[in-house]
Design a protein around this ligand. Sequence first.
Ligand SMILES: [Zn+2]
Ligand SMILES: [Zn+2]
Length: 264
Amino acid sequence: MPEFALTLVLADLFDVYDDKPDEAARIWIRSLQLPETFISSSRELKYLHSLVGRTYGMHLIRRAFDARVGTDESNQFIKALEDVCVSNEGMGDTIPDYSALPLQNLILAVWNKSVGKHEEAAAVLRPFMQTATSGVYEDSGLGAPIVNFVIARILIAMGDEARGVALMRTYSTPGVINTLCYGRCGLLPDRWIGGYSSSTCLTDLCCDCGEVLKQRKRLPINVCGPEHSLVSVPNREDLPQGKAYFNDELVPITQIYSDIRQIW
Ligand SMILES: [Zn+2]
Ligand SMILES: [Zn+2]
């Protein structure tokens, strides 16, 4: 397990700091191909495996956008993403285990939606959104807040900024440190402290790193980009448990969930 985690750190170093995306991709692809019997032997391994799908998916969608939609180069990145997607069957099943979610499939669906392939996108996103907002993840410990975060990112990428921002601000996993800022600036808070979410590459950034991109500059590492759309997600200190501010009104998170089920 520690060896696997270290290997993924190595892929991250290649991609984010060292401008060697092909070396990183080789590690991610091999990790995604590991046998099911090995992956399902521990919860940590399943979590790391799911993380690889997310990280590689986010890497590919960023590069596909940066290579310009419709170009051969961009299409090749999406082809690589399609290659690592697994069956969509079960996306709407009751899977109270975050680690069982093929996040790369959701990322491909977000891409499809943004390039106008609405039906392909809906076939994956609709069952996921229905299941994820129905409370099945609530008993699974770490799962619930993470799934909430996945829902929020999808909403922001789909243009439903009001609900996405409302859910994002509720993000909190007390006692668990989460790397909130993908700008690798060192921020490791356990709750949302305000910043930006890229609706282009699904990356979250703190206020300082987001400001760099807003000034049309690149970050010193390979993350997000100055041409991406950044949605501001301000902090809200005064959020009671289980509530969210939606259009400046305090509502139960379950209300937002049931609205999402109606809409989707
Ligand atoms: Zn930062
Ligand atoms: Zn971005």
